[in-house]
Ligand binder design. Sequence first.
Ligand SMILES: Cc1ncc(COP(=O)(O)O)c(C=O)c1O
Length: 440
Amino acid sequence: MTLRYALSPAVTGTAAPCIPQAKAWGATYAAGQQAAGPLLDLSQGVPGEPPHATVLDALSKVAGSHGAAKYGAILGEPDMRAALATQLRHQYQLNDGHLQAQDVGITTGCNMAFLILLMCLCPPNESSILLPLPSYFNHAMSLSLQSITPAYLPCDPAHNFFPSLEAARAILTTPSTKKPRAIVLVTPNNPTGSTYTPDVLAEWLALARQHNIPLVLDETYRDFASTGAPHELFKDPQWRESLITLGSFSKGYRIPGHRLGSITAHPDFLQQVATVADCMQICPPRAPQLALAPLLPSLTEDMVRYAAALRKRLTDFGAAVACVPGWRVLSSGGFYAYVEFPEAYTSEKGRKALAAALGKEMTRVGSGDVGQALATRCGVLTLPGCFFMPELDDPIWASVRGGDAMHEDRWIRFAVANVSDDTIAGLADRLRALNTVMGM
Ligand SMILES: Cc1ncc(COP(=O)(O)O)c(C=O)c1O
């Protein structure tokens, strides 16, 4: 079909959503003999467990009310903002002065918060954003849609995939036509699961402050960070001048379909957020806000339990992978483990075996091919590391200081939140089966 109208190059030049591509591999396996057993889907970072019963109950009551059907406040229900501020004070061990309701705004999910933020901070075509590599694909896509250049910070596979401060310093001190407008970090990270320590985050905030740009922390997975406060940055009385954090209700509260997220920032900045949010969302969904606001304090215990269950699952996952020759978990946390596949796969013998298994020509073995084989031959759906990086022949690599290690493309992301503990126990056999396919 021909479209009789033109499209924006910013949209046509942006990578298509990658989850459907992985799901298609799963569908190929499911439609076949399923020789390795039923399809195990570890591709998407989505909670498998339903929301707490009190949340479902409140949602069903509130959603049927006339009040929830009306427009609400642009930055969220006052009660919801107050409840989230209280929750954050509890989680980060803060007092009232550190963080208040006026410091938080509610958005239609964290992805929307990120897009709003870019629109507030970055004039298109002349801005760059420091972004860790590997990066959450929707961040890279949002930058592309806004004609913002990513200034990638390679994360070190040998050091828990922490982003390079050195690369950041070099970017920030090198003159560029694309002015850096913010440093974005994700902790606990998607895709690597790596969780940055309070000390490391303090260094990043100091760097951002030194260059008069904000440090933006995407803390979608903060409820899974481990015990204790995820960081100490809000305790700095000047945090509002240089820190912006983003949150999500999708993971900790397990309501991704209800689309609630948050921005925590200086109230003056939130006024600018309101201008963009008014056009994009008018108001965040009201029913989940009205349902959740009175319940937040009572849900902490359930969240702690859920976080502990996921930590245990990640530990079990690590033990399962450790039994399989050549496979190694390099980092894990939150919903994810980032796993290196065997080096033998990249040998000439491995390349030939994989090409034969996939029935296609291959000049090298990359994570995309391994992910495809894992899904279509062994029934395990994951997201390959290449989904979280530019194409290996993209000219942008020339600007990535220290990007050689990333170029190896040896990693696969496993999401553990959407599967049972039994599924994790069965994984080792599937990885062994892939080793057999690869002639190991
Ligand atoms: C790092 C990160 N940010 C944002 C999101 C999206 O969150 P939300 O559902 O609140 O839009 C995700 C979801 O996977 C994520 O991993």
